[in-house]
Design a protein around this ligand. Sequence first.
Ligand code: ADP
Ligand code: MG
Length: 410
Amino acid sequence: MTSPRDILKTTFGFDHFRGVQEQVVDRVMAGRHTLAVMPTGAGKSLCYQLPALARPGTALVISPLIALMHDQIRSAEAFGIRAASLTSADENRERTIDRLRAGELDLIYAAPERATTEGFRRLIDRVPLSLIAIDEAHCVSEWGHDFRPDYRLLRPLLDAFADVPRLALTATADARTRADILAQLGIAEDGLIISGFDRPNIRYHVQPRDGLGGQLKALLAAHPGPGIVYAPSRDGAEKIAEQVAGGGRKALPYHAGLEPQVRARNQAAFVASEEMVIAATVAFGMGIDKPDVRFVAHAGIPKSVEAYYQETGRAGRDGDPAEAWLFWSAEDFARARRRIETEVEPDRRPGERDRLNALAAFVETAGCRRAVLLRHFGEDPPESCGNCDNCLNPPQTVDATEIARKLLSA
Ligand code: ADP
Ligand code: MG
């Protein structure tokens, strides 16, 4: 059998593991259940792809989105890895099943909805499994920012293959979410591997919204490279794309209201471009591999600190300087608070309130932004990073009372 290090070189063409990759791969190779918490761009896919090649059998990969699976399959195939998915969007299901039965697949991707069906179980019962990877594992937890109830139904499947190492992967999980993932997926506490969350090349800026058009204009003038502007709504995304394009910069919208072909075309144009701005809702970003995004701007507040970290984490994956800009208003917080009190189930409200308060703390801090982010993820950062607005230009006075007043009065 070829060793993981040989495979790293021969199949992937990489000389070194990055960060905790080696630790994660070694654990999975030893057959032990693991939860890997690694930032976006850290190379989580390799953590299951490599053991899938080095261990006998096929790896079952649970993934929440068809688009995400198809991206992963494309990139796996580019390394010569044999991968396929079983989803409603796949027309060659019979062929995939044949390949699976014949042991001709290294990776089989499925969404939790399908993986937990009886038909799937009968199929997989006859296939030797090398491991079970649970990608975007925060979806299993109500504390996470993307709860998917079907992830909760995976446990019987996992327990039916108790000897098969399970590897849960996520970029964003605070302490409570991490503990929940371990419990839900039956992974021992010592199976937790966390890598650093700091993205030192991203410079964080937070500003009250004060004529967004003008603020974006100034931002774009300083940044000729590609960037993402996150808008709170589809209409907002359309409007921003129009405004930016009207100012002479190439810009396209991206949101779930667009035809799938248009969405795919806009995404492909952005990935290929060295200057374009994509004005998008949060529907944009998961599984998109564009290393040279120079800035991510939020035209309104994100859903949570986790969501903010994940969305801004799409900037500067190439390691070159990049910027994150958040334009907020007290009204954003008031609206979010009203939504919690009127639309969220009562037993989930305390958690959501905590999440909103954590975001408010990030926005209104007079101290280091990075320190607030890293502490949120359980790290113990230095007081000052030297690469955020507050560290570069310490504020003279702060008026933290405005958000507090809005939160209380909503
Ligand atoms: P994540 O899922 O953690 O966001 P990916 O698995 O998509 O990250 O990997 C991000 C990029 O890093 C990919 O282009 C991948 O090929 C690259 N990569 C992963 N591991 C290594 C490594 N050890 N050395 C160099 N590049 C790597
Ligand atoms: Mg990934």
